[in-house]
Design a protein around this ligand. Sequence first.
Ligand SMILES: Cc1ncc(COP(=O)(O)O)c(C=O)c1O
Length: 397
Amino acid sequence: MPTPSDKASRFTESVIREMTRVALAHGAINLSQGFPDFPAPDEVKAAAMRAVADDVNQYAVTWGSPSLRTSIGEHMQRHYDVAVEPDRQVTVCCGSTEAMIATLLATVNPGDEVIVFEPYYENYGPDAILSGATPRYVRLHEPDWSIDPDELRAAVTPKTRALILNSPHNPTGKVFTRDELALVASVCQEHDLLAITDEIYEFIVYGEARHVPLCTLPGMADRTVTISSLSKSFSVTGWRVGWAIAPPHLAGAIRKVHDFLTVGAPAPLQEAAAFALRLPEAYFASLASHYDSRRQRCVGMLERCGFAPHVPAGAYYVMTDIREPLARARRRGTAVDVRDDVSAARWLASEVGVAAVPGSSFYRAGTGGRDCLRFCFCKKEETLAAAEERLFRMFLG
Ligand SMILES: Cc1ncc(COP(=O)(O)O)c(C=O)c1O
């Protein structure tokens, strides 16, 4: 019988996407997978419809339509004062998901090591395996998810080729400060590493936090691939439009890999993306403030139930310890059949009717997150209100 490949056998299916299926099976309110349940902006949808009607329906240039690549260049100039050459540096991909795997396949050799900060967005583990690389994990330490400089330096070996940095960070909501980025930059420069950054929550930051692209730090422009996407900034996770901005000496390799992986991202949606990135400043400010009120509501709801949430500085997730509310429910006589985060997530979905992601799915097997769940709050106020009602019924009774 034909069998799956060794590579495919070395990772499991996505726990995050599985939790969405569990939520559907139990009719639970889905605070697991990070996709909005409210409409995308009307003007962005209208731009997509216009492009389809205008017959932008054939393959775009494989590495991205000129209009979108130009718009990405303008976006980097406008928000970060970074000059990007659209013709030499930008590759438009099917979401940042494809941008990440295309970048790894184009820059890392089998046997190379790639540093990943842990907890981590679950795709990076399989991405490293698919590209033949070995991930080397460096812990982000609670409570502020900080990097220990000695641990980072100790993780570098002669085989280390690249480092993946996600900021604002999923699942913790950490936004790395300029000083922390300077540490990462100095390690990259000392050891001649490539930095691959996942910045898809670039416009979702709160309070005093500021998003600083790593490529803007001195000496980093030539050794950083900056990845972002339309998914989170414009609430269109199903459109699958993202991009990688690379120094010209690497962009050609990324473009070739991308071409043979997918040929191109959806052509009409690239035109809508070009339009979306040019929206006025007010759009981006309102996105963050829209999420800020939901952040406060989600953190408040979890605190009232006895959870110990980490307050995120960016992105739209809350990681929280779950022991106290479960103990409370038991004290009140509820049968809580929970041994770890995975059974806790299943119990919460089936018995309380709220779905969240087990914390361990953001760590290597057996190394962390067993007392944690991740809740997302990129949802309508009504959805959060319904989750609140169900959680309060169980934990406040
Ligand atoms: C950190 C991070 N990177 C990438 C993705 C996927 O992005 P895209 O829809 O652009 O492929 C997600 C989705 O939740 C994410 O949280």
